[in-house]
Design a protein around this ligand. Structure first.
Ligand code: SF4
Length: 356
């Protein structure tokens, strides 16, 4: 497939002009060419709303103002500040990437998208965003939002659940880039693609009437915006029930919770968590003679990308002086230290609201 001449000639100028006049300008990660700040925002914004990131970004930056500070931190501290943003592999990769930048690149992010894409957690689109925003590299981003925009613009029939079609669309995206752009043009163009996907050409009901490239859009012309992007694979969400065993004890006036670390892969990988059981009997078997003290708290619903979790908290207050249950992994963590530990968001909020 080739991009029709009028589209390749008109798309970039219209988008750049629109972004400068009507696009987003006041976001805290805009107006900088510092790769650390751009990288951090790009990773936080993956699968996450701007409104959510607005709360995390400044907090993260004030604790880790540069890549050296982030690399020097423990993974636990990074996970703890990330807690609630979800997709925790991003936080682990963020830390690994900072360590790699410091140990292998002298603390400087590489300047080109091709080298950036070799770093942990930096995919092609994120690498392109960093290189375009910080160095004006003439390279196109192609995240999910941008693919949606371009697939409508070009009425692209390829199945975007397939890597091959994604690559083909990225080639087309490259041919839409501005001719001989300045660094500022690349910033406006890249931000324009993001703004268009986030606020105009949205998943449901694209606002074609205020789209700056409506005159060039094939899906709009043919009345087929709802057909694009083409994606055949639909991932059904699985339903699962988990029992969360909240073991609590008071010793020398201090209230503590038993936490263990989740396995390195799977849901909440690498985070701390209360012990998880597959059913009620399994949860109570862990506490043995303390089972009589168990209190079943109201169940919580928690949605993940591919799973719908039903969480059943079981609170057990250990009787002072009685033998503690033997659990192979984990440790007692005082309540006032919970904020220093990386916990999944629903577990953190559960522990904050335990009854007395
Ligand atoms: Fe998307 Fe409509 Fe613009 Fe086409 S005209 S790119 S469908 S918002």
């Amino acid at each position: 497939m080739k991009v029709p001449g009028p589209v390749s000639a008109g798309f970039a100028p219209a988008l750049v002009h629109w972004q400068r006049r009507d696009g987003r300008h006041g976001l805290p990660w805009q107006g900088t060419r510092d790769p650390y700040r751009v990288w951090l925002s790009e990773i936080m914004l993956q699968q996450t709303q701007v409104s959510t990131v607005l709360g995390y970004y400044p907090r993260f930056l004030s604790r880790f103002p540069d890549v050296h500070a982030l690399a020097a931190a423990s993974e636990d501290e990074v996970m703890s500040l990330w807690s609630g943003l979800g997709y925790y592999s991003r936080a682990r990769n963020l830390h690994r990437c900072a360590c790699t930048v410091v140990s292998e690149h002298g603390g400087h992010f590489p300047a080109t998208s091709s080298v950036l894409a070799t770093l942990p957690g930096i995919g092609d689109s994120t690498a392109a965003a960093i290189a375009a925003f910080c160095h004006g590299e003439r390279v196109s981003i192609a995240d999910g939002n941008v693919r949606r925009v371009l697939s409508r613009l070009l009425a692209f029939e390829g199945d975007l659940s397939q890597a091959r079609a994604q690559r083909e669309l990225w080639q087309l995206a490259q041919s839409l880039l501005p001719e001989r752009p300045s660094a500022d043009d690349m910033v406006a163009y890249t931000q324009g693609l993001m703004d268009l996907g986030a606020g105009v050409c949205t998943l449901r009901q694209p606002a074609c009437e205020r789209c700056p490239v409506a005159a060039l859009c094939e899906a709009r012309r043919s009345g087929t915006t709802d057909r694009f992007p083409v994606k055949t694979k639909r991932v059904a969400r699985r339903h699962e029930s988990w029992w969360l065993l909240v073991l609590r004890k008071t010793e020398a006036g201090q209230l503590s919770i038993w936490l263990e670390r989740r396995p390195p892969r799977g849901i909440w990988a690498g985070l701390h968590c209360v012990p998880v059981a597959g059913d009620d009997a399994q949860a109570l078997a862990v506490v043995g003679e303390h089972a009589g003290a168990a209190r079943h708290l109201p169940a919580l619903a928690h949605a993940l990308t591919h799973r719908e979790l039903r969480l059943h908290p079981v609170l057990v207050d250990l009787v002072p002086g009685a033998a503690e249950p033997v659990i192979p992994n984990g440790r007692w963590v005082p309540m006032e230290q919970l904020s220093d530990v990386g916990l999944p968001a629903p577990v953190r909020s559960l522990l904050q609201q335990l009854p007395g």
